[in-house]
Design a protein around this ligand. Structure first.
Ligand code: G6P
Length: 612
């Protein structure tokens, strides 16, 4: 949700800013802009639309200089347009800011500034910050930023520079992520690490409530109230390769194909040989499990989007494997829903990015009410990881495509490991039962590879789906969660309306929409209710709907009630969501491709939603 990059050093700022914005474009692509400072003047270039438009208009001569900031926008206040694109400046043009987040009291601040004679040139909340910084500046940019954030309420990362001090950038963080990268005679700022990983592997995180003054010599941290903070840099050894497409046409396609490896990596060293020779899960570092394994009476899972669908699967796993009842709540509903808290409630917050504002807020609320907060996240050092009592990392690697695929699969594996660990500790699962499921888990990477190796049928079906304005997804139990995720994938990237529901619900209303040919995608891996699913599909066929089933390869019956069957290798039912999601991801991908959609950056969406 908006990406920020900054540079000060001996090199040319423009190259770093454009590279960083390219990496950050997944965070928003309504507009992009940058500003480069030289003693006495700042030059701004910005354009509505994707970064390619900005790249088309930048003039390297006009924008030469060693200090600069850049921004890629996901619009919150003010439509996507050139005038609302960041950076924003004060009236003189000598003070320039970029901002990620929302200034909640911007209307009041704007009215006050207008009364003092300021004329606004955009509809954004951000512009008030540029004017406030300019108003307060008396030679010290850090103090001016402190004044501005003292006036502003909300969640933000703010980055400012001025032509009067062209040796520094000053940034402040309240909620929205920001990281400093340390180089030789150069220092970087960005919303995330991959944006500047090409230049350095040494980083310092900016925490909530901190101001950082960045010069080519490094970064000086202090609290909002001015107390200096000592901060040790940390090193990351991620592969920069993971942020390239590696021969695939889209990041989404690449990330789908990484899933066999991701399943194996998420399991990683978390599976060990047990005393009886069988394998067992060894999830470490979960202090509450060590201290009071019996202390959890209920699990409340909270998340948004794809992570919420992972939560739907998790609830069933925790109930079935660990005997712990659970509930799943959208984080944006939970935070304002006056939820009840009780002794022994564990809150599990799931978030790929670890930065989703609603998920963070729901997690915080839960902790404030005494619930232990466990994070399941992909991003090491993310806000959620730092705020939670315990963390399980999914180790999916950087996910660039806005539509989540490998991060989802890794969440499912992480939840399975946790449910197995809790099931063993509670005595609900025998070593033999655990061993059996672990052996099945071990087999998933090669089964996932088999699904990926035969996409022809899916490509053909995608051509069919691309003709329809509405597609329905059904399934029962775990299959319903998979259906929800399949429908979301199709909506996100193909822009076809897709709706998922439990199979049994179809006849209570939606069946009215089934006319000849209308596609109904049925996920049918649940053995307990297989005959019921077949009955439901008969009802669709009776209305001459077009049934596309996802079923195990040895399912003998499904063909009689389906027009097309996508077959997946058989696995234990509790693990089936991990495999069944893959053909639905491919179906969405190929449908969107057929329709010529912008697959990695679908319209109106952003990878990480760091505002309410
Ligand atoms: C955005 C993304 C979704 C994602 C959701 C939650 O809406 O477009 O793909 O599932 O945020 O993100 P998180 O990082 O919390 O998993």
């Amino acid at each position: 949700m908006c990406g920020i990059v900054g540079y000060v050093g001996s090199g040319q700022a423009l190259e770093v800013l454009l590279h960083g914005l390219t990496r950050l474009e997944y965070r928003g692509y309504d507009s992009a802009g940058l500003a480069v400072a030289r003693p006495g003047s700042i030059t701004i270039a910005k354009a509505e639309g994707k970064l390619s438009r900005l790249k088309g208009i930048v003039d390297p001569t006009a924008l030469s200089g060693h200090l600069g900031i850049g921004h890629t926008r996901w619009a919150t206040h003010g439509v996507p347009s050139d005038r609302n694109a960041h950076p924003h400046s004060d009236t003189s043009g000598d003070f320039v800011v970029v901002h990620n987040g929302i200034v909640e009291n911007f209307r009041t601040l704007r009215d006050q500034l207008e009364l003092r004679g300021v004329t606004f040139r955009s509809d954004t909340d951000t512009e008030v910050l540029a004017h406030l910084v300019a108003e307060a500046f008396d030679g010290d940019l850090t103090e001016a930023v402190r004044y501005a954030i003292g006036q502003a309420q909300g969640a933000y990362a703010l980055v400012a520079m001025t032509a009067h001090r062209p040796d520094r950038i000053v940034a402040a963080r309240m909620t929205s992520p920001l990281v400093v990268g340390l180089g030789e005679n150069e220092t970087f700022l960005a919303s995330d690490i991959p944006a500047i990983l090409k230049y350095t592997q040494r980083f310092q995180l900016v925490e909530d409530g901190e101001i950082v003054t960045v010069t080519e010599a490094g970064a000086a941290f202090e609290t909002f109230s001015g107390n200096p903070i000592e901060k040790k840099p940390f090193t990351v050894d991620w592969e920069t390769d993971s942020v390239f497409k590696g021969g695939f046409d889209h990041f989404m396609e690449k990330e789908i194909h990484e899933q066999p490896e991701v399943i194996a990596r998420t399991m990683g060293t978390r599976i060990r040989a047990g005393a009886d020779g069988g394998e067992r899960v060894a999830l470490e570092g979960l202090r509450w499990l060590d201290q009071s394994p019996d202390g959890v009476n209920r699990i409340r899972i909270t998340a948004c989007g794809t992570a919420y669908h992972a939560g739907l699967v998790g609830r069933i796993l925790f109930e079935q494997l660990a005997g712990i009842p659970g509930e799943v709540a959208y984080a944006h509903e939970l935070r304002y829903g006056n939820p009840l808290f009780e002794e022994g409630l564990l809150t599990l917050a799931i978030s790929q990015s670890g930065e989703t504002a609603d998920t963070l807020a729901a997690g915080r609320l839960s902790r404030e009410h005494g619930s232990r907060l466990l994070a399941l996240t992909n991003v090491v050092g993310s806000s959620l990881a730092r705020e939670a009592d315990d963390v399980i990392y999914t180790w999916a690697g950087p996910e660039i495509s806005v539509a989540s695929t490998k991060a989802y699969i890794a969440m499912l594996v992480g939840e399975t490991l946790l449910a197995l660990e809790m099931g063993r500790r509670s005595g609900r699962l025998s070593p033999a039962e655990e061993g059996e499921l672990v052996a099945e888990l071990r087999g998933l990477p090669s089964k996932a590879t088999r699904i990926l190796e035969s996409p022809d049928e899916i490509v053909r079906l995608a051509e069919e789906l691309a003709k329809w304005p509405n597609v329905y997804f059904i399934g029962r139990g775990l299959d319903h969660a998979t259906a929800m995720e399949g429908a979301l994938k199709l909506k996100e990237i193909s822009y076809i309306h897709a709706e998922a529901m439990p199979s049994g619900e179809l006849k209570h209303g939606t069946l009215a929409l089934i006319s000849p040919g209308v596609p109904v995608v049925a996920v049918a891996t649940n053995p307990q209710v297989h005959s019921k699913v077949l009955l439901g599909l008969q009802e669709v066929k009776a209305r001459r709907g077009q049934v596309i089933a996802v079923a195990f390869e040895d399912d003998q019956e499904i063909g009689s009630v389906s027009d097309h069957v996508i077959r997946i290798p058989r696995t234990a039912h509790l693990l089936s969501p991990i495999l069944a999601a893959i053909p639905l991801q491919l179906l969405a991908y190929h449908t969107a491709r057929r329709l010529g959609r912008d697959i990695d950056q679908p319209r109106n969406l952003a990878k990480s939603v760091t505002v309410e």
